[in-house]
Design a protein around this ligand. Structure first.
Ligand code: SF4
Ligand code: SF4
Length: 179
């Protein structure tokens, strides 16, 4: 009997005290993804990359908003969203306790404002994404004057229209406009 107690004392505690004490996970453990909405530019790269359809994005042009949602009930913790995010806005945490009383509680949401086209006034892209693109151009050394800023804040349809109109002008007029 004494020998048995000695073996037990030597072996230590074979089980953890979870849930009364935190369960240790390895440093590379892939747990619940978390969004930092302040850092997110609503570019939709994560929703395109998500293999499980856990991430979705809906654009409501009438309300001028883009709605981002993560359904943790569908997430397979693959980490693709984290890999493709250009601003490190979504990252996997070490959190694994996902039990909720209602399925609706598994859904996380964020809402982003759309930028209105400088030409036609219709919303066309997330405001934060447009500004992020402009910031990147500025950082690469491009001087952004009002004309360029207006161009980047213009929807693709208006840009196309402008190009067609400009190309229809005689060469002399085009050169005049460029000058
Ligand atoms: S971890 Fe994988 S499955 Fe989960 S939201 Fe990110 S991309 Fe989708
Ligand atoms: S990829 Fe990153 S920045 Fe783009 S929508 Fe997803 S979380 Fe936001």
């Amino acid at each position: 009997m004494f020998k048995l107690f000695k073996i037990i004392a030597k072996a230590g505690e074979p089980t953890t005290k979870y849930p009364f004490a935190p369960f240790p996970v390895s440093p590379g453990f892939r747990g619940k993804p978390e969004l930092n909405a302040r850092q997110c530019i609503a570019c939709a790269a994560c929703t395109q990359a998500c293999p499980a359809g856990a991430l979705t994005m809906q654009t409501d042009s009438r309300a001028g908003r883009r709605e981002w949602a993560l359904n943790l009930g569908r997430c397979v913790f693959c980490g693709r969203c984290e890999e493709v995010c250009p601003t490190r806005a979504i990252q996997l945490t070490q959190e694994f306790e996902l039990a909720v009383a209602s399925k609706a509680d598994l859904i996380q949401r964020a809402s982003f404002r759309l930028e209105n086209c400088a030409c036609c006034g219709r919303p066309f892209a997330p405001r934060k994404e447009v500004h992020h693109a402009m910031d990147l151009l500025r950082q690469s050394g491009l001087a952004l004057d009002d004309t360029l800023r207006g161009l980047y804040a213009t929807c693709p349809e208006c840009k196309r229209k402008r190009t067609i109109e400009r190309d229809a002008l005689p060469l002399s007029r085009r050169e005049e406009e460029r000058a």
